[in-house]
Design a protein around this ligand. Structure first.
Ligand SMILES: Nc1ncnc2c1ncn2[C@@H]1O[C@H](COP(=O)(O)OP(=O)(O)OP(=O)(O)O)[C@@H](O)[C@H]1O
Ligand SMILES: [Mg+2]
Length: 362
């Protein structure tokens, strides 16, 4: 069997099995002998972290332009800036700043954007063990053009983000984390996210922020993920896009509020449903009969990009620390408010700042 066949047959075995991690580990170990490596024994050691993120990695390139050029038109660029992004990556970095141990499943290419994405995770203490490196192609980028009048045009180049296959993901690491957090992809890596669920042990908590991209897929397309989701983090628009029609049909109802929707989602099996409501704050409900509506913190918002992602950091931090739903939403609103008061995710707070805030609550 040549090297290529070996890899293929191994990936087949992994794909078709629902074995527990230790059995997969055994299979993996058959490919390389200890003798090959000149050691007595190969031990596949899982990376033990609090949270692993799984979502797109993009470099956001924002251009200030005189005006948005139409077809055949021309304009000029007045200023440009570049920053690493991706919803789950923002959440993971926010968690890292709060002292949680984190890692990330995402794919980058051998280019300048890939280097920046990797560097950014590294300097924020995110373990790179689960990062996937493509041999060719380009890393994800989002080109944004903003005119003086505030008009916007966005172009997404998903690049290698959409080439993640299940056999590039180490199920041992995934099963050694407390929380696995999913955000969206533009294309096919959605399938890897669904396939990974077959390997996931029951004690790994799945947190899911569908974003508008997945919300637009509808309940049927997301069924596998929603069935396994423990914590749903969703904004009000996405909640309506994803669930309004579904529950109106199911319940034969004319009008359903966001609260009605959240209640039904929770009753249908998602343990915790959190609705992000922008300046209005957050609403949440869980299967322990806790239900809260927590106002946002009044602040001067400078940039609301990644507000929801930072909110997720605060919420998952609270979950890991066993806070009740009211305290979790308060912390999440507070982390988001710190984030919106500065550009991008630069305002995400440190653990010291959070501890100071928590003391002020007592
Ligand atoms: N202007 C604001 N002032 C204070 N807090 C805000 C403001 N905007 C957003 N937030 C906080 O951020 C949280 C998330 O914002 P939002 O509901 O807009 O999420 P989102 O649409 O998912 O954001 P994102 O653009 O990051 O995806 C809110 O629940 C709130 O706590
Ligand atoms: Mg969001």
């Amino acid at each position: 069997m040549d090297e290529k066949e070996k890899t293929n047959s191994n990936s087949e075995t992994i794909k078709n099995s629902s074995k527990i991690a230790s059995e997969i580990n055994e299979e993996l170990s058959r490919n390389i002998s200890a003798e090959d490596l000149g050691v007595d024994e190969i031990v596949y050691d899982a990376l033990n972290v609090d949270v692993i993120g799984f979502g797109a990695l993009n470099v956001d390139k924002l251009y200030n332009v005189a005006n948005i050029a139409g077809p055949d038109g021309e304009s000029f660029i007045k200023a440009e800036e570049e920053s690493p992004g991706g919803s789950a990556a923002n959440t993971i970095i926010g968690l890292s700043k709060l002292g949680c141990s984190t890692s990330y499943i995402g794919k980058i290419a051998p280019d300048a954007e890939g280097d920046l994405l990797e560097y950014n995770l590294m300097i924020n203490n995110v373990y790179l063990t689960n990062l996937i490196y493509a041999d060719e192609g380009n890393s994800g980028k989002v080109l944004g053009f903003v005119s003086d009048k505030g008009e916007r045009a966005l172009y997404v180049d998903a690049g290698v983000n959409d080439e993640i296959s299940i056999d590039e993901i180490n199920p041992l690491n995934v099963n050694a984390t407390k929380v696995l957090h999913y955000s969206s992809f533009v294309g096919d890596s959605f399938n890897a996210q669904k396939e990974l669920l077959a390997f996931l042990k029951d004690d790994v908590v799945l947190s899911f922020d569908p974003g508008i991209l997945y919300a637009e897929k509808g309940v049927d397309a997301l069924k596998d993920i929603l069935d396994r989701t423990d914590i749903l983090l969703i904004n009000e628009t996405e909640l309506n896009v994803l669930f309004e029609y579904y529950y109106k049909e199911k319940l034969n109802a004319d009008d359903l509020s966001f609260r009605d929707l959240a209640l039904n989602i929770c009753q249908d099996g998602i343990d915790t449903v959190v609705v992000k409501r922008g300046e209005k704050g957050a609403y949440a409900i869980n299967s322990k009969d806790q239900e809260v509506k927590i106002p946002a913190f009044k602040c001067d918002a400078v940039d609301t990009t990644a507000a929801g992602d930072s909110f997720n950091s605060g919420f998952l931090y609270s979950y890991l620390n066993g806070f009740d739903l009211a305290k979790s939403c308060t912390v999440a609103n507070w982390v988001a408010s710190k984030s919106v008061q500065a550009v991008g995710v630069s305002g995400q707070p440190s653990l010291d700042e959070l501890n100071e805030f928590l003391e002020s609550l007592e």
